[in-house]
Ligand binder design. Structure first.
Ligand SMILES: [Zn+2]
Length: 311
């Protein structure tokens, strides 16, 4: 089983075929969230390693067959890795700003035991190792400098794919080392619209972010919303399930969109409550208290009547 090809990104895939042939080693996949950049990175890795010399991974050779479903998404355990910014601090609290740390990239005393640099330098099992740095715009100066040499000239058996909104969101020293591949917003199909209406990602042409959202997150948000109309005990019960899926990063967006559907007063109160909760949790406030305050604020927000939608 090879990774599914990303939808509606033919121009980007064409560029990737050319860059695969050219042996380009450091790439930036630029575009908004949810347009299929990570899917394209997997497809690219499969293409580079497929034993059939075609324009698509063949799906049936030994290398294509090495892709496996893990943690809900397709991974190729042998020569493919993704690194992304940590959304929690070492103390387990929500990070105010997610960042990619130096020890995710290079060896350091007391750091991550499996940083990207040495993995990338070691010999691939198949033909090419592909490392994806997801959220490369969160690459701090220290981490970027420590990794600059590798970005400048990865080993010939290695490719580095940075995923970020665009070159202007990267440090100039990093951007100057990348070949940019642009991904455009893609229209959602009718089935996606039906399932996810009225999620904000639909308006923004980012349906892939919806498909990555777990059913679990969506049902927790629905149950929590229903509990806002029940007793306080019911709301706190709904809150427990909500907290469990909070790390998916999808919850605030879903709550805002549900609030928006109820009108301006609800939306504005919900938005303010979420902002306050995000600020408080990154300021090391007690997490359980932050969520309880949020739940109370949302209960009161959901009691507002309809009004004009904010633009
Ligand atoms: Zn193949």
């Amino acid at each position: 089983m090879s990774p599914p090809r990303p939808v509606s990104q033919e121009a980007a895939l064409d560029t990737l075929r050319q860059l695969a042939r050219a042996g380009t080693r450091t790439l930036l996949f630029a575009g908004p969230d949810g347009v299929g950049r990570r899917a394209a990175a997997r497809w690219f890795a499969a293409l580079l390693n497929c034993r059939a010399a075609g324009d698509e991974p063949c799906g049936s050779c030994a290398e294509c067959g090495a892709w496996r479903q893990a943690d809900g998404s397709l991974r190729w355990v042998r020569d493919y890795r993704e690194v992304s910014a940590a959304t929690t601090t070492k103390e387990g609290r929500a990070a105010r700003r997610p960042t990619i740390t130096i020890d995710q990239l290079v060896p350091r005393a007391g750091g991550d035991h499996d940083p990207l640099g040495p993995w990338l330098a070691s010999a691939p099992s198949a033909r090419v190792r592909v490392a994806v740095i997801d959220g490369a715009d969160e690459l701090g100066e220290g981490a970027a400098n420590a990794f600059l040499k590798t970005l400048e000239e990865p080993p010939s058996h290695a490719r580095i794919v940075l995923v970020a909104p665009g070159p202007d969101t990267l440090l100039p020293t990093v951007a100057s080392r990348c070949t940019v591949v642009r991904f455009k917003p893609v229209p959602a199909d009718a089935e996606t619209v039906r399932r996810f209406h009225p999620h904000p990602a639909l308006r923004l042409g980012r349906p892939a972010s919806l498909l990555e959202a777990s059913d679990e997150a969506r049902s927790a948000v629905s149950a929590f919303e229903a509990s806002l109309h029940g007793s306080l005990a019911e709301t706190f019960e709904g809150l427990k399930a909500l907290i469990e899926v909070w790390q998916s990063g999808e919850v605030p967006g879903m709550l805002r969109e549900r609030a928006r559907a109820r009108g301006a007063p609800t939306y504005l109160a919900c938005d303010a409550a979420l902002e306050e909760a995000e600020a408080a949790s990154s300021a090391y406030a007690h997490r359980a208290l932050v969520f309880k305050r949020l739940a109370l604020a949302l209960r009161s927000a959901w009691r507002h009547g309809p009004g004009e939608l904010p633009s």
